[in-house]
Design a binder for this molecule. Sequence first.
Ligand code: SAM
Ligand code: SF4
Length: 334
Amino acid sequence: MQAPLIDPFHRPISYLRVSVTDRCDFRCTYCMAEHMTFLPKKELLTLEELDRLCSAFVGLGVEKLRITGGEPLVRKGIMTFFRAMARHLESGALKELTLTTNGSQLERFAPELAAMGVRRVNVSIDTLEEAKFAAITRWGRLPQVLKGIAAAQAAGMRVKINAVALKGFNEDELFTMTEWCAREGHDLTFIEVMPMGEMGEETRLDQYWPLRDLRARLAERYTLTDLTERTGGPARYVRLEETGSKIGFITPLTHNFCESCNRVRLTCTGELYMCLGQEDMADLRAPLRASPDNAVLEHAIRDAIARKPKGHDFDYSRQRVAGQVSRHMSHTGG
Ligand code: SAM
Ligand code: SF4
């Protein structure tokens, strides 16, 4: 039995988010430029390397694994990797294996994912209007995503909808989306747009719709009851008494959630980011490739966790974007 991963602020690290590719079949305007230069394939960890790396984390006490990207389901052979991770569910070492997806490939993969033990899936949808969906994702089509969601539900998975709150874009759909999710039995989480990637300060501030404003609008129509549920991340939840549904708010910019942070993020090239809002990272690819023996790798993981910072520096106050990090969300994995 290995000693668990504990960071310098006494936070146990039990949650790993893994970006398995930087590629995507959508080009959401707040996430990617239309013409992205992706990493050369040789830079990526192979599926076998991802397996070894994630398994090392599981061996060090990680109990929850979220697979993300880019779009995780466009990575070739990705079901092989899911199958490899599912063995840790079977052994009991892993409590949850889940993914965040744009849903475009979910119709095809949902039955297999469910059969492997994936119980929940997060699907990102910012609007329920087809034309707006095509505009915000540039390349995405809403009907395909809705079919994916239906397939996930039919396979017995719970679906959570992630929507980025965008001023002037989906403000007018707040109640439509809330009611649709309540009717369909999906939880719904709103995310504040974060200053990732170099997209220009003005665009960010134009798009920024603080969730405290969104919440106040919800409270005009519904009775909101705060839930004590915590996932160790930036989400806070309420229940809408009238519908019984759950709404989450991810507010890295208006709340400081860092004190209970239990997670680290691994990129598809083997970089470990100890904090979403900081540039510091540890390269795990070199120690992974240096030796087939996991001792070197585990040492590198422990060294990295010992550098996990206390918190991030995102701040939209005083009308400027402070603490902006230059990488895109698709690189670190949202
Ligand atoms: N492609 C998958 C998807 O869209 O769900 C997984 C990766 S995506 C980077 C993960 C989440 O990050 C999505 O819900 C997306 O809306 C969100 N996201 C991307 N860029 C963002 C940004 N600049 N601010 C806030 N959320 C962002
Ligand atoms: Fe692709 Fe997800 Fe980024 Fe949209 S948010 S471009 S679906 S990675």
